[in-house]
Write a protein that binds this ligand. Structure first.
Ligand code: G16
Ligand code: MG
Length: 217
């Protein structure tokens, strides 16, 4: 039967999480806020606005609306210098195998990302044509862990939420998938993503037979 397979972008299709990390670290340290991988983990899947709010909170800083906008622009400009250098080689291992299997089996394929740069990135890595629907940070009001982004993707695919499967690397994203009544598949560390229905270190660990079972369930 036709299911909806919804992919997160950052940390699932491409490792842009490392670029977000570099850009946020530089920005945080420029305003005197300590920033490590531990802080970064909490920003995964979280919108740009919410991310900066959290950084300011951690550093006990309060700034004007104007400076807030300026810092967001600085971070994004820095992030985009990394994005502009991306190409197909940055697609994470076995993502294309999984996409091709789903396409061959006539499944619905959507992107469900918090990023406002999602389409730019999908074009850079030449994957944009594989998606039947793209829902990103420009289309939603409430970010992950709110299920809005995934519910909108299901609607665009014309597949019921409980017939959808979400691939996510962030805690907020797994919570969003669960709240949407979808099957949640964590891509990353099981200890961190323990709320997911299934966890795989990466797509190389996910066999075709597992995907076929999801399709036929
Ligand atoms: C991604 C990242 C987040 C990032 C957010 C917004 O979401 O995981 O770390 O803060 O997008 O990105 P941008 O600044 O490009 O709008 P996802 O949902 O694709 O993992
Ligand atoms: Mg992600």
């Amino acid at each position: 039967s036709k299911k909806g397979f919804i992919f997160d972008l950052d940390g699932v299709i491409v490792d842009t999480a490392k670029y977000h990390y570099l850009a946020w670290k530089k920005l945080a340290e420029s305003i005197g806020v300590n920033f490590t991988e531990r802080e970064n983990e909490q920003l995964k899947g979280v919108s740009r606005v919410k991310s900066l709010e959290k950084i300011l909170e951690w550093g006990n800083k309060s700034i004007s609306e104007d400076d807030f906008m300026k810092l967001m622009a600085i971070k994004n400009d820095d992030y985009l210098t990394y994005i502009n250098k991306m190409d197909k080689q940055e697609i994470l291992p076995d993502v294309e195998r999984v996409l091709n299997l789903l396409i061959q089996n006539n499944q619905g394929i959507a992107l469900g990302s918090a990023s406002k740069n999602a389409k730019t990135i999908l074009k850079k890595v030449s994957l944009i044509h594989n998606f039947d629907a793209i829902v990103d940070g420009n289309d939603v009001v409430k970010g992950k862990p709110n299920p809005e982004v995934f519910l909108k993707a299901a609607k665009d695919l014309k597949v019921k939420p409980n017939q959808c499967i979400v691939f996510e690397d962030s805690v907020a994203g797994i919570q969003a998938a669960n709240a949407a009544d979808m099957i949640s598949i964590g891509i990353g560390e099981a200890e961190i993503l323990h709320e997911a229905d299934f966890v795989f270190k990466d797509f190389t660990e996910m066999e075709n037979s597992f995907l076929i079972e999801l399709i036929n369930e």
